[in-house]
Design a protein around this ligand. Structure first.
Ligand SMILES: NC(=O)C1=CN([C@@H]2O[C@H](COP(=O)(O)OP(=O)(O)OC[C@H]3O[C@@H](n4cnc5c(N)ncnc54)[C@H](O)[C@@H]3O)[C@@H](O)[C@H]2O)C=CC1
Ligand SMILES: O=C(O)CCC(=O)C(=O)O
Length: 449
């Protein structure tokens, strides 16, 4: 059951439900933020007078369009795409594009809403937005992916610009898709505008460490949470869901810092190996061959593939959900805590259900919500934008060090904000309040926007 809201916030929440019917993920994301804003509205009466929270809950612009494309056999398909430009008080709209059959307006709105606070938390000049399509890339050839991306960009291009809206990747959108999208933008506009997308390849305007940034950043945030409790990553057993971009680079950084990753998953099931997973093999299977994770267990005799249970039933010291929203529920959270898990850092966006979050908080384990823990990806996108604007290109080590410093700062800001508002150790409140105050302060300064 969700936490009860204060009367004024409950009214705002009911209005959000009425205005956005059926968008359950968006409702969930809004509720989770409102739960933590009670002490803020008590301290800042001007927020109510200027209806700042109501304005933050309403996207500035929502774009929905048709994407027709032809498969390899000549058959025509029609998908739907979205770009929700949520809030530009801190900078141009910034956030990824997701290609997955589950995508609809409610998912893109929840992701865009989260992005507003996450981007605020980075302290960098980026507003929040998100986009995507219900296109399913699974089993599609390179040519089909290219034709889909070209068709999508044929509409999206008119909404983009380095001072307007800058997409990047998310589920189902990596360097291959961003390449096709960027190529089509360049062709339509006859302009080599590096600043209109981030996550680009290194040879065509990308930044070192962007590919690694979300996973690395999640582990840096985790490390800070552990250190705040006098602990470290060395020797810890980790379970990581997913085996995509975020999961792979979280595995890499955690292993570098002395942890052992014993399980990871995809949407079909998970593999577990108490000896520790071989990262190079996972990268080959997932990044190059684009196969199912079950192949890992076919190749490695000490590993087993499991479909009938949740990955969170595997005992571990630390859990990193890095796949998708609501993938870790109350039952999973209970099992993790009972099995001795001491920390959870979310590489994915909103992977834990409200009941799961409550159980982690009641158990007093270190719990880092996605808004804070996975902010390294978008922060490094902002570093890519800086490099594009100055036509520069930084080294991997320099960029990674900037990322590490940003994650340390985000952790400190969440930690100190939670203390200031009387909720020590509550990173959910710390992240929401800190991100919210940066956005609301800028909105108040700009008048009725
Ligand atoms: N790519 C980025 O820079 C950022 C991504 N995120 C979030 O991280 C999460 C993962 O994104 P990426 O790694 O970029 O995507 P990806 O497409 O590279 O990988 C997604 C992974 O999740 C798995 N997956 C999807 N649905 C699943 C399910 N129901 N159960 C188990 N596994 C499932 C897929 O099989 C795949 O291994 C998403 O929640 C995304 O919004 C957050 C911040 C930045
Ligand atoms: O790098 C970006 O702009 C997008 C990252 C993103 O989509 C996210 O933080 O969820």
């Amino acid at each position: 059951m969700a936490i009860k809201l204060d009367e004024r916030l409950e009214k705002i929440y009911q209005e959000v439900i009425k205005r956005n019917p059926g968008e359950s993920e968006f409702h969930q994301a809004v509720h989770e933020v409102l739960e933590t804003l009670g002490p803020v509205i008590g301290k800042h009466p001007e927020l109510a007078e200027y209806k700042i929270i109501q304005r933050i809950c309403e996207p500035e612009r929502q774009i929905i369009f048709r994407v027709p494309w032809q498969d390899d056999s000549g058959q025509i398909h029609i998908n739907r795409a979205f770009r929700v430009e949520f809030n530009s008080a801190l900078g141009p709209y910034k956030g990824g594009m997701r290609f997955h059959p589950s995508v609809y307006l409610g998912i893109i709105k929840f992701l865009g809403f989260e992005q507003v606070f996450k981007n605020g938390l980075t302290g960098l000049p980026i507003g929040g937005g998100k986009g995507g399509s219900d296109f399913d890339p699974k089993g599609r050839s390179d040519d089909e992916i290219m034709r889909f991306c070209q068709s999508l960009m044929t509409e999206l291009y008119r909404h983009l610009g380095e001072y307007t809206d800058i997409p990047a990747g998310d589920i189902g959108v990596g360097e291959r898709e961003l390449g096709y999208l960027f190529g089509q933008y360049k062709r339509i506009t006859n302009r080599y505008e590096s600043g209109i997308l981030t996550g680009k390849g290194i040879n065509w305007g990308g930044s070192c460490a962007r590919k690694e940034a979300t996973g690395y950043g999640t582990v840096y945030f985790l490390n800070e949470m552990l250190q705040a409790r006098g602990l470290g990553l060395d020797g810890k057993k980790l379970v990581i869901s997913g085996s995509g971009n975020v999961a792979i680079y979280a595995m890499q950084k955690a292993t570098e810092l002395g942890a052992k990753v014993i399980a990871c998953s995809d949407s079909g099931g998970f593999v577990v190996d108490e000896k520790g997973l071989e990262l190079d093999r996972i990268r080959r299977i997932k990044e190059i061959e684009r196969q199912r994770i079950s192949v890992y267990a076919d190749e490695v005799s000490s590993a087993r593939y499991v479909q009938e249970k949740s990955i969170w039933s595997i005992p571990c010291d630390v859990a990193l959900p890095c796949a998708t929203q609501n993938e870790l529920d109350g039952h999973d959270a209970k099992e993790l805590v009972e099995n001795g898990c001491i920390a959870v850092a979310e590489g994915a966006n909103m992977p834990t259900t409200p009941e799961g979050v409550r159980l982690f908080q009641q158990a007093g384990i270190a719990y880092g919500p996605g808004k804070a823990a996975n902010a390294g990806g978008v922060a490094t996108s902002a570093l890519e934008m800086q490099q594009n604007a100055s036509r520069d290109s930084w080294t991997f080590d320099y960029t990674e060090e900037r990322l590490r410093e940003i994650m340390v700062d985000i952790h400190r800001n969440c930690y100190e904000t939670a203390e200031e508002y009387g909720m020590p150790g509550d990173y959910v409140s710390g992240a929401n309040i800190n991100g919210f105050l940066r956005v609301s302060d800028s909105m108040l300064a700009m008048g009725l926007i």
